[in-house]
Ligand binder design. Structure first.
Ligand SMILES: [Ca+2]
Length: 333
């Protein structure tokens, strides 16, 4: 009985934290139509970002159209499906990179996939992310979709280079130009540096960033590096796949929030709601060099901008972690 009281108190605290946090959100707005591209394998901030996106979806702020995996780990797709299923959205279509790309070890993907229910049994069984993106984009209103990437840019390069198919007669580049409003990319470092998501498949990064026909907003390495989240997931009732991911990754310690910053901006920032969180740079060009390093060319404008820290990182972390702690209705039974 005691454990039940403690359990209920925990839920109450979590729910109160959720309700009491500033919403900054008007219910009359249309949800952002979003495609999420992730390398859910080597780092755990991807898992935290999936939690954040489901919290925003439960608040009606975002509609999760599709998710793509840019990692080669065989359990990345199943792990993503398991987290989505926990949040009551196991029907979100998941595409996986087919062909060459980044591949790394994961401390959590296989275990989470094995421990939590879902129906995508292997990444090999998933649809090609490029085909999925084309199908989903073709069905959306023009200029309506926000793309957010928090991993390698292989899927996005493949999308740009794709050809007409039964879903659209447009080339990949023209389909992107027609349908995507903005791409929010966790990638690069500003004003210059060498960052994992960009250098891990440098060729794809060059193709995707140089060829992208609409606006790109970068959340660079320096933005998420100081935003520490994850430790408060220890308060969540078990079993919980994102809590479990952090437990397996680092024993439920805080971790940098590179990916969450990009996803939060992709939903709220795109609407102009995070003016107190980050400033935007002047438009310019994010140039990717052959070794995957990048610099910033202020004198030429390719419709690229990057986030600049404004709010103290601890406050950004609190807002992000509050969302990561959200309990989905499906888990409250
Ligand atoms: Ca990532």
């Amino acid at each position: 009985m005691k454990s039940k009281i403690v359990f209920r108190a925990t839920w109450f605290a979590v729910l109160w934290g959720f309700v009491a946090s500033p919403a900054g959100w008007a219910a009359d707005k249309e949800p952002v139509r979003l495609i999420f591209d992730t390398d859910l394998e080597s780092d755990v901030d991807d898992a935290g970002t999936v939690a954040l996106l489901h919290a925003l979806a439960d608040r009606g702020e975002v509609k999760l159209l599709a998710m793509g995996v840019s990692a080669r780990h065989p359990f990345s797709g199943p792990c993503l499906d398991a987290i989505n299923t926990f949040y009551g959205r196991g029907d979100i279509p998941i595409g996986v990179l087919k062909g060459d790309g980044g591949g790394n070890k994961s401390k959590y993907a296989q275990r989470v996939a094995e421990e939590f229910p879902h129906d995508l049994k292997s990444s090999a069984d998933a649809e090609d992310a490029t085909k999925l993106y084309r199908r989903v984009l073709a069905a959306q209103p023009d200029g309506s979709v926000v793309m957010v990437s928090v991993g390698f840019l292989t899927n996005l390069a493949n999308l740009l280079q794709s050809s007409a198919d039964k879903h659209s007669r447009l080339s990949g580049k023209e389909l992107v130009r027609r349908k995507i409003k903005v791409w929010v990319c966790m990638g690069g470092a500003f004003p210059k540096g060498r960052e994992w998501n960009v250098f891990r498949d440098a060729k794809a990064s060059q193709i995707a960033i140089n060829g992208w026909p609409t606006r790109i907003v970068f959340s660079g390495y320096e933005i998420g590096k100081r935003v520490m989240t994850g430790a408060r997931l220890a308060k969540l009732p078990k079993p919980h796949p994102v809590r479990r991911s952090y437990e397996l990754y680092n024993g439920l310690k805080n971790r940098e929030s590179w990916d969450q910053t990009a996803a939060l901006y992709a939903v709220r920032g795109v609407r102009g709601e995070l003016a107190d969180f980050w400033d935007l740079s002047e438009p310019g060009t994010m140039r990717v060099l052959e070794d995957g390093s990048n610099d910033w060319q202020a004198q030429t404008d390719r419709n690229h901008v990057y986030l600049i820290q404004k709010l103290p990182p601890a406050k950004v972390a609190a807002a992000i972690e509050d969302l990561m702690l959200h309990i989905p209705p499906a888990a409250k039974r």
